[in-house]
Write a protein that binds this ligand. Structure first.
Ligand code: GLC
Length: 629
């Protein structure tokens, strides 16, 4: 079999074959549009592989079979999305994320929660990993043993398919993880690799001795040092296998096009079950090259683009959301219509917490000013916290401009959030503290990090402020379900063998029943937070200026104030003001003189006069509809 050719021959050969086989016209149209790009990407990724050409042809066959099997309801969705490609930028979008077992006991429980999700206004539901995975520690399901079987403790694939359809009818898009950097060591491919199956051995990165692992580790960073040092673990037969995360999560070898094909098959399988968005897990790690950090290499982008091209042919409405918790320059590099249309916004998340700790909004303000813009047809997913730890992924060079030194500042933030700083309001827990590098991250629920657990007077306000930012900067705001009723840390993980070594479990509590029971009771934190947060959600839903991603930073001339305009039609805009200080501050009349003097406070639903300046309350937020002069 000859190698892939640089000219149009491979593409024409595949297209003629599809025409001869009388493939569906819509499918052929998609292939005509996207195959040249896929071919080009294959050439760059696999041009030197003797099986590159054969693999490209079989990937297209796979897409063809998948398209033919795609249910009519999903093809209708494909058409609907094609006619409104900016659907996910609407002010009505609201995401929720939860663990199926912890939040609802199983897929049936998620189904029963749909009325509540609708009440809350969710249009996007991310169910944490729900596939078959090892007993005991499975990194919360991020070690996948089969992409086609649901963890039997949660339900079945049929139930998941039905749930997806039911969510769709309720206007909620189902989001699941595509954990494609690694499989669990119990995956069939992994087991075969260990048993010496030559095809499967090449699915992973296995080395006979320490020579290459040592060479790679000279430039890679340790991700889970509590679990094992470096990036490799030893197999029982003495060989070494690449494991970036836990020792039971084995990295796939994407330099082998058979891995690409196999994973494209798993992706299309999920697409046809009704999943609308795939959260592309750990995107930065998928390609390795000796002498580099093995993170965010150019080929990682090419791979994502190639997966994307396959989808455009066979499941065109499906979107990718990138999970890259790395330097902000790298985060943005994954976001484009051809790669990941959506991305977590870890910078805004981390800097919101940074501002709350320092009572200084300038780093966040600077990030909104220079790192918020996105390509058209893409969006941020803005969140206050996730199931993961919080890492301080701001750019040192940005901080330096404000006179802040990255390393000591991160240390301060870690100490502050785990309560080691005098006067801290936070009850966080350290995660992966690495004494050798001084690196650490923090864990904790929103309410516990913000001060509610410690009984700090500003705790509830901070929870609201953080969410108000996520709800107003644009894109898709994402709630960690349970945080809307101020759930606190759950320390029971320390008594559980499978969880004790991973402090992220502190912020993954079971559904906080009591808090939900209290949600209408304004004498409880749960009731107050719920009322204020649902008010914000309601306002956002009826405020078109909050759609999309346009944002103009507004200099309030007060260090503790983060402020920006979200422009709307005909000179109207929403001015967002968030004051992270523990006292009220004044924004003077001159600063506001570019705006019409009559504004409307959207949250309180009352008019405000700006002519004499404005008071921003202690850890308070204002959403003002203003006229720009
Ligand atoms: C992602 C997940 C995290 C997991 C890791 C390895 O970062 O969010 O929870 O530990 O990938 O799969």
């Amino acid at each position: 079999m000859p190698h892939l050719s640089a000219g149009p021959d491979d593409v024409s050969a595949i297209l003629s074959r599809l025409t001869a086989a009388r493939a569906d016209r819509d499918f052929i149209a998609g292939v005509e549009l996207h195959l040249p790009r896929l071919h080009d990407l294959f050439l760059r990724l696999y041009g030197d592989r003797p099986d590159g050409r054969e693999r490209l042809a079989s990937v297209v066959d796979l897409a063809h079979r998948s398209w033919d099997a795609r249910p009519a309801g999903l093809k209708a969705l494909d058409r609907e999305r094609a006619s409104a490609p900016d659907w996910f930028e609407s002010e009505r979008m609201l995401g929720g994320v939860c663990y199926v077992d912890r939040y609802a006991g199983g897929l049936h429980g998620i189904r029963e929660s749909i009325p509540y999700f609708r009440e809350l206004g969710l249009t996007y539901l991310h169910l944490m990993p729900l596939f078959e995975s090892p007993e005991g520690n499975s990194d919360g399901g991020y070690a996948v043993s089969s992409y086609r079987r649901v963890n039997p403790a949660l339900g079945t694939m049929e139930e998941l398919t039905e749930l997806a359809a039911e969510l769709r009818r309720a206007g909620i898009s189902l989001v699941v993880d595509f954990i494609f950097n690694h499989t669990s060591n119990e995956h069939e491919w992994a087991q075969k690799a260990v048993a010496g199956d030559a095809g499967c051995e090449d699915f992973y990165l296995i080395f006979p001795d320490r020579a290459l692992p040592d060479a790679y580790e000279r430039t890679t960073r340790e991700i889970f040092p509590d679990d094992h040092p470096g990036s490799f673990v030893q197999l029982p037969d003495g060989r070494w296998i690449w494991a970036t995360f836990y020792h039971f999560q084995w990295d796939l070898n994407y330099a082998n096009p058979a891995v690409f094909e196999a994973m494209a098959g798993e992706m299309l399988f999920l697409a046809n079950r009704g999943v609308e968005i795939l959260r592309m897990d750990a995107v930065a790690f998928i390609w390795k090259r000796l002498g580099t950090a093995c993170e965010s290499l150019p080929e990682a982008h090419l791979l994502l683009q190639a997966f994307n091209a396959v989808l455009r042919m066979a499941a065109p409405s499906l979107l990718f959301k990138s999970e890259a918790i790395v330097h902000p320059d790298e985060v943005i590099s994954y976001i484009s219509p051809e790669e990941c249309q959506l991305s977590y916004n870890p910078l805004q998340m981390a800097l919101t917490w940074e501002a709350l700790a320092t009572r200084d909004g300038r780093l966040l303000q600077q990030a909104l000013e220079r790192r918020h813009a996105l390509p058209d047809a893409t969006a941020w997913v803005n969140y206050v916290r996730s199931h993961d730890d919080i890492g301080w992924t701001f750019a040192d060079e940005d901080a330096a401009e404000l006179g802040v030194q990255g390393y000591p500042h991160r240390r301060f933030l870690n100490d502050f959030y785990v309560g080691r700083v005098e006067g801290s309001f936070s009850r966080g827990v350290p995660f992966q503290e690495n004494p050798r590098t001084g690196d650490a991250r923090i864990a904790g629920t929103t309410a516990s990090l913000a001060g509610i657990e410690a009984g700090d007077a500003g705790g509830e306000d901070r929870v609201i402020l953080a969410h108000a930012l996520a709800l107003s900067t644009g894109g898709i705001p994402l709630l960690y379900l349970g945080d809307e009723v101020a759930q606190l840390n759950d320390y029971s993980y320390r008594r559980n063998r499978a969880e004790a070594g991973d402090s992220r479990w502190v912020h993954r509590p079971h559904r906080p029943e009591q808090n939900y029971a209290d949600r209408a009771d304004a004498t409880t934190p749960a009731g107050r937070v719920f009322a204020r947060l649902t008010r914000l959600i309601e306002v956002r839903r009826s405020t078109p200026e909050l759609a999309g991603n346009d944002l103009i930073a507004f200099d309030a001339h007060v260090d503790s104030v983060v402020a920006f305009l979200r422009p709307g039609e005909a000179g109207a805009a929403v001015l967002v003001i968030a004051n992270v200080a523990d006292h009220a501050v004044e924004i003077d009349a001159l600063t506001l003189s570019g705006l019409d003097p009559d504004a409307v406070d959207l949250i309180a639903n009352e008019s405000v006069a700006l002519a004499g300046g404005l008071t921003a309350p202690a850890h308070g937020v204002l959403w003002l509809r203003v006229g720009m002069r």
